[in-house]
Design a protein around this ligand. Structure first.
Ligand code: NDP
Length: 342
């Protein structure tokens, strides 16, 4: 877990204090009360859990997207019952998280009654880390697989032009002790937000992350951001997963593919106007009880440790959350100043 890089010591804020700081910024820039509450809580949760690329770092982007009119901060999501195990949500060109929260109880109900549920959210903008979207489902005993397609930054394997977004996927599963085992990862060799953080900090990237504007490999985050492109992780394998996510999150939700997102009519905006799909599975259907299923998860976790895996995915996030509960959320002074300006 990293603390915000700075020569000055971080500023510490409690979770409620940070939410209370963010809400008025969003309200002043045209959101409804409900959208401000949901986004402020989501953004503060990301920061609390140690996301430097999808927490407070995104606040100036939220403001620009709202001010430019590219995202509707007052959108009211429309939920359509699309089948026994299918919910379609039109986010109304608003942020994805309020749409997700509005559909969550019905999606959980369907997953319990039908054994599974597809939650397809379209016409939406996703600006946060995906783990926060799948974790609540695992907390109530469901398995959740989530995907989002985003803004085009990634060349398909062997290609020269940007096509896919950094298209993240997340997976969450309940554990025996009430905890959640999860991973959340971009299908690009590095998340775009992480590249932007490296550019801000003037750091060189490792090899194999991206290409410059002429299609040559580069370690410069600036060269990748200014006309270059990111590579998919794992060559052709990551490229195919990015393709799958563009289909599941873009086509399935009647939304843009990553390469179709166009904010040119909204100066200042930069947001993935795309979709998000979450697949929920009730594990009791095949395992008799949640206890039997979670025992299987513990068996696997123990086998992973026995095989030499020293760190579980999600551990850094949980450690950051615990630390934030004890000492407050650490915020870089420069970031705090930026929030005060906003
Ligand atoms: P990372 O590569 O940092 O981490 C990916 C996953 O691997 C995490 O679950 C992480 O757990 C786990 N992990 C990391 N190191 C290890 C290790 N040594 N052993 C075991 N597990 C490990 O994430 P990315 O850079 O790929 O993505 C960053 C974020 O960007 C994600 O939250 C993603 O949702 C977000 N994103 C959002 C987009 C959007 O459109 N909204 C677009 C693209 C990305 P841990 O959390 O504990 O570190």
């Amino acid at each position: 877990m990293r603390d915000p890089p700075s020569d000055e010591p971080p500023i510490y804020r409690s979770f409620p204090d940070l939410v209370a700081t963010l809400e008025p910024i969003l309200l002043r820039n045209g959101t409804s009360d409900e959208v401000a509450r949901v986004l402020a809580t989501n953004c503060a949760s990301a920061e609390r859990d140690g996301s430097q690329s999808h927490g407070l770092f995104r606040m100036p982007g939220y403001v620009k997207n709202l001010r430019s009119g590219f995202v509707d901060g007052r959108a009211v999501p429309h939920i359509r019952d699309a089948g026994t195990a299918y919910l379609h949500v039109d986010a109304g060109n608003g942020y994805a998280r309020p749409a997700l929260e509005s559909a969550m109880p019905r999606a959980i109900g369907k997953a319990r009654s039908a054994g599974a549920c597809v939650l397809a959210i379209g016409n939406a903008h996703h600006n946060g880390p995906l783990w926060l979207d799948v974790e609540p489902f695992a907390e109530v005993g469901l398995v959740a697989i989530g995907v989002v397609n985003s803004v085009t930054y990634v060349v398909p394997h062997g290609g020269r032009k940007r096509l896919y977004g950094t298209n993240p996927m997340a997976f969450a599963v309940p554990r025996m002790d009430g905890q959640v085992l999860l991973f959340d990862q971009a299908t690009a060799a590095m998340a775009h937000g992480e590249v932007a953080v490296a550019a801000r900090e003037n750091k060189l990237l490792p090899e194999g992350i991206g290409l410059d504007a002429s299609g040559l490999p580069t370690r410069s985050p600036q060269a990748i951001l200014e006309g270059g492109a990111l590579l998919p992780f794992g060559g052709h394998k990551g490229s195919s997963i990015a393709m799958m996510i563009d289909i599941l999150a873009g086509a399935l939700t009647s939304s843009n593919f990553s390469h179709q997102v166009d904010w040119s009519a909204h100066p200042g905006a930069e947001s993935a106007h795309t979709g998000e799909t979450i697949i929920l599975i009730d594990p009791t259907r095949g395992n008799g009880s949640l206890r039997m299923f979670t025992q299987r998860i513990e068996d696997l976790v123990a086998a992973m440790a026995d095989a030499g895996q020293t760190r579980l995915p999600g551990e850094r996030r949980l450690a950051a959350r615990k630390l934030a509960a004890e000492r407050g959320i650490a915020i870089a002074p420069a970031m705090w100043k930026q929030l005060m300006v906003l």
